[in-house]
Design a protein around this ligand. Structure first.
Ligand SMILES: CC(=O)SCCNC(=O)CCNC(=O)[C@H](O)C(C)(C)COP(=O)(O)OP(=O)(O)OC[C@H]1O[C@@H](n2cnc3c(N)ncnc32)[C@H](O)[C@@H]1OP(=O)(O)O
Ligand SMILES: O=C([O-])CC(=O)C(=O)O
Length: 372
């Protein structure tokens, strides 16, 4: 390219279509999200999280027989290897829980003698193993921070029930289990978001699946992406009560702060997943009798609409929902990671099935050539 020709720069890759995908379709025009063609709202209403994971990986919902086999495999894979437990135990409590998840995925990978085998069957096996073990990692980390013993997985419980059981030592009310199941389904997949794209970049070098997931966890941690669900709760704590929300927002906007849980790179008119998660939050608010929390939620949402016309994203209702369920705030993004590992690994396998090294160009704007 000559010096005169100035290529278009797509900062943040905004608006750039880099590849095709058959896994999900995010449609801001119709405000819809489809997983393998199915509206996510229908999946959230009728499916278990196991069925949705199977759909993302295989392209079709499981038959009854296939589901039984898949559920049995997931349950067998839940217990953590002693090496993984030991490494978690050795990590300081000052480490963020996302650092624990990132390290645990790395150790699970390093412990796998087939880590370097990259056939579709082997990668599917690794995906199921990570899917089954991340709840054990996340639940154990929350418990150890509270000085509690690890709760071993319960093989008669489904994924969502068992996750809550391992975290809290009991299966909560069905209202809570259902809200949790819905959140996992909504968080599972969202096309070429930053963490999934990170996983695809790593996979495109023909690195292993575990490395791709480690990178994705790192990308998800940031507050402009998955870290926002944790950050929303810090905002709620900072504001305190609904009557202080408008004043807080005006001050935050005056300081040019980004308001966590609002805005989206693709949806500019509202996130398709929010109404479903908001309904789950409403059910939790009623169950726990926390109208005060809902008042704060609504006041801030309305004020943000009036001031900036910016709508909430999925992290806005998920943060307070996870808080009501009893999760520690710093555990919210690990919950997102546990759900999104389904989408990440589906994308790694899709990338590998039709690979091209991901390597964009940049426009140099440093010093002109010079010599010593
Ligand atoms: C599940 C998920 O990962 S969803 C995303 C979770 N992240 C968050 O909630 C963090 C808060 N939100 C944001 O920072 C942004 O909305 C992002 C990063 C998600 C999307 O950003 P972009 O697509 O790059 O939007 P962009 O930054 O161009 O915003 C356009 C305008 O809206 C403003 N804006 C966007 N989001 C916000 C926000 N949350 N608070 C305040 N202003 C905002 C920007 O400041 C910008 O204003 P300007 O034109 O006056 O400079
Ligand atoms: O799509 C995005 O950019 C972020 C998002 O909502 C997600 O990953 O769920």
């Amino acid at each position: 390219m000559s010096e005169q020709e100035q290529p278009a720069i797509h900062k943040g890759l905004a608006g750039v279509v880099v590849d095709t995908t058959a896994i999900s379709s995010v449609n801001p025009e119709t405000n819809s999200l489809l997983y393998r063609g199915y509206p996510v709202q229908e999946l959230a209403a009728d499916c278990s999280f196991e069925e949705v994971a199977y759909l993302l990986w295989h392209g079709e919902l499981p038959t009854d027989d296939a589901l039984l086999v898949f559920e049995a495999t997931e349950r067998e894979n839940r217990p953590l290897d002693p090496t993984v437990k030991r490494v978690i135990d050795d990590l300081p409590l000052t480490a963020h829980p996302m650092d624990v998840v990132r390290t645990a995925v790395s150790v699970i990978g390093a412990d796998d003698p087939d880590a370097e085998v990259s056939t579709p069957e082997s990668n599917l096996g690794k995906s199921v193993r990570l899917f089954a073990q991340l709840p054990s990692v996340v639940a154990y980390d929350q418990r150890r921070r509270q000085g509690l013993e690890l709760v071993e997985p319960h093989e008669e419980l489904d994924y969502a029930e068992n996750f809550l059981y391992m975290t809290f030592g009991e299966v909560p009310d069905p209202v809570v289990v259902d809200a949790f199941r819905v959140s996992l389904i909504l968080y599972a997949e969202h096309s070429f978001n930053a963490s999934t794209f990170t996983a695809r970049v790593i996979a495109s070098t023909l690195s292993d699946l575990y490395s791709a997931v480690v990178g994705a966890v790192g990308a998800l941690k940031g507050p402009l992406h998955g870290g926002a669900n944790e950050a929303v709760m810090h905002v709620f704590d900072e504001i305190g009560t609904a009557d202080r929300a408008e004043e807080w927002l005006d001050a935050a906007l005056a300081e040019k702060r980004k308001i966590m849980g609002f805005g989206h790179r693709v949806y500019k008119n509202g996130d398709s997943r929010v109404p479903t998660m908001k309904a789950a939050l409403d059910a939790l608010v009623e169950h726990y009798d926390r109208a005060d929390l809902l008042e704060l939620y609504t006041t801030l949402e309305n004020a943000m609409g009036e001031r900036k016309n910016i709508k909430p994203n999925l992290d806005y209702p998920s943060g307070p929902a996870y808080s009501l369920m009893g999760f520690a705030t710093e555990t919210f993004t690990p919950l997102f990671a546990a759900a999104r590992v389904t989408g990440w690994t589906a994308h790694v396998m899709e990338q590998l099935a039709s690979n091209s090294l991901i390597r964009p160009l940049s426009l140099y704007d440093g010093p002109a050539e010079r010599h010593l």
